[in-house]
Design a protein around this ligand. Structure first.
Ligand code: NIG
Ligand code: FE
Length: 407
């Protein structure tokens, strides 16, 4: 495998370590000026400042620009058929997310489209999204099933993620989310659908080894706290660690459940109450916040500062999906992290790299630029970290290096 020297780095900005940062630690990052990074066999082998070593390998000149770790998008609904631009008009006429869902739009309509799509069609569609994500600086993503809502189609979505891991340079971590919505055919018999998820889908997911996590949409009109507990406990029994969509629209107790079960992360948390924050802190749960969803829903923004103050590690991701957040640009998430959550550029950088990596148990190999980690870097068309947080609406990526290769 080839070796690469990245030299003339004006500013190297990176969190450090192999686990999530919380409290004041979230804002402490390393800044090196006039730096270089050597990547050997895909792994970072040396980092220094001043004159770069004389090596006989490929050289990438960062031309005095900012370099950060590759961004980690720890929450996406990557695998789906169709889009839902038809819902924009309804939204503009004042229909809420749950009203659109209850009128047969929303997740159910994407489920219909996903069931109709072949594995190959879904693979090609998601590959295109991954290309775009990588172009915006993302080098690792989490991807959920959850638009199949039937055993065959949930397994198909997870198989698509496997295919993409083989075919695409992006690293992808799979989450099973059969409990995204009770599908139309089980509306009158929701208990039976939950049984199917727990007793048929989850054991098959474990047997095929095609997901690491089990997620559930714990929300009014989708899954109650007790139903969510049932699903997540079934996942745990089969080796799938819990994640949970909690407090996105109404606070019905999802964040408390996350703390109780020791979920690796709780997602959204837009209306997370103080007792929810306390439970996350106690349970060591990472808050995976999705500000572009608040933006798209016209909702309020999660209480990120309260979470940092309470010692909850904050990660940030896109939530890329065809409904509540058709956005795959982590730079927009960075902007919103500063402008709407009022986190500092340093806290935001940690949220979109190391803490995101920790939310998918990858912080030992990605999420920071350190010796021994994977050679995943972004070279930005920017002089410093503040610049990428403040500039809105442009793609500031100059180049992306994934596993030591320019992509
Ligand atoms: O994270 N909250 C549940 N799932 C997605 C939205 C899904 C959709 O609208 O299709 C979310 O916002
Ligand atoms: Fe989501």
């Amino acid at each position: 495998m080839s070796h690469v020297l990245v030299k003339h780095i004006g500013m190297l900005a990176t969190p450090q370590g192999t686990s999530a940062k919380k409290g004041a630690e979230q804002g402490k990052i390393q800044i090196l000026k006039d730096a270089w990074v050597l990547i050997e066999d895909g792994m970072i082998s040396k980092i220094g400042t001043g004159e770069a070593p004389a090596v006989t390998c490929d050289v990438v000149d960062a031309e005095g620009k900012l370099v950060t770790p590759g961004l980690v998008d720890a929450h996406t609904h990557l695998i789906f058929g169709g889009w839902r631009q038809n819902e924009l008009g309804m939204k503009l006429h004042g229909k809420t997310y749950l009203e659109i869902q209850n009128a047969g739009g929303g997740i159910q309509s994407t489920t219909n489209a996903t069931r109709q799509a072949t594995e190959e069609e879904l693979t090609q569609k998601a590959a295109k999204a991954l290309d775009e994500m990588m172009g915006f600086g993302t080098t690792t993503v989490e991807a959920k099933s959850g638009y199949g809502l039937a055993t065959e189609h949930e397994l198909k979505a997870l198989q698509v993620i496997q295919n993409l891991n083989d075919r695409h340079p992006m690293d992808i971590v799979a989450t099973f989310m059969g409990a995204h919505l009770v599908p139309a055919e089980y509306k009158q018999n929701r208990g039976e659908y939950i049984r199917l998820v727990c007793e048929e889908m989850i054991p098959l997911v474990q047997k095929q080894g095609i997901a690491k996590y089990c997620d559930v949409f714990c929300e009014a009109d989708t899954f109650t706290v007790e139903e969510s507990r049932q699903v997540l406990e079934a996942g745990l029994k089969h080796g799938l660690r819990p994640k949970i969509h909690a407090d996105e629209i109404e606070a019905i107790g999802g964040s408390q459940l996350a703390g109780e079960l020791g979920a690796i992360s709780a997602e959204h948390l837009i209306v997370c109450p103080p007792e929810g924050i306390e439970s996350l802190a106690k349970g060591g749960v990472i808050a995976c916040l999705l500000p572009a969803t608040s933006f798209n829903l016209g909702a309020v923004f999660a209480p990120a500062r309260d979470m940092v103050n309470a010692g909850v590690p904050v990660a940030m991701a896109t939530d890329f999906n065809p409904g509540s957040c058709p956005c795959l640009n982590m730079q927009f998430v960075i902007n919103l992290g500063c402008l709407k959550y009022k986190l500092t550029p340093e806290e935001v950088l940690t949220a979109v790299t190391l803490n995101g990596a920790a939310a998918i148990d990858c912080a030992h190999k990605v999420g920071s630029v350190e010796v021994g980690k994977q050679g995943d870097l972004v070279i930005w068309d920017a002089p410093d970290l503040d610049y990428i947080c403040y500039r809105v609406g442009s793609n500031l990526v100059k180049s992306v290096i994934k596993g030591g290769k320019l992509v």
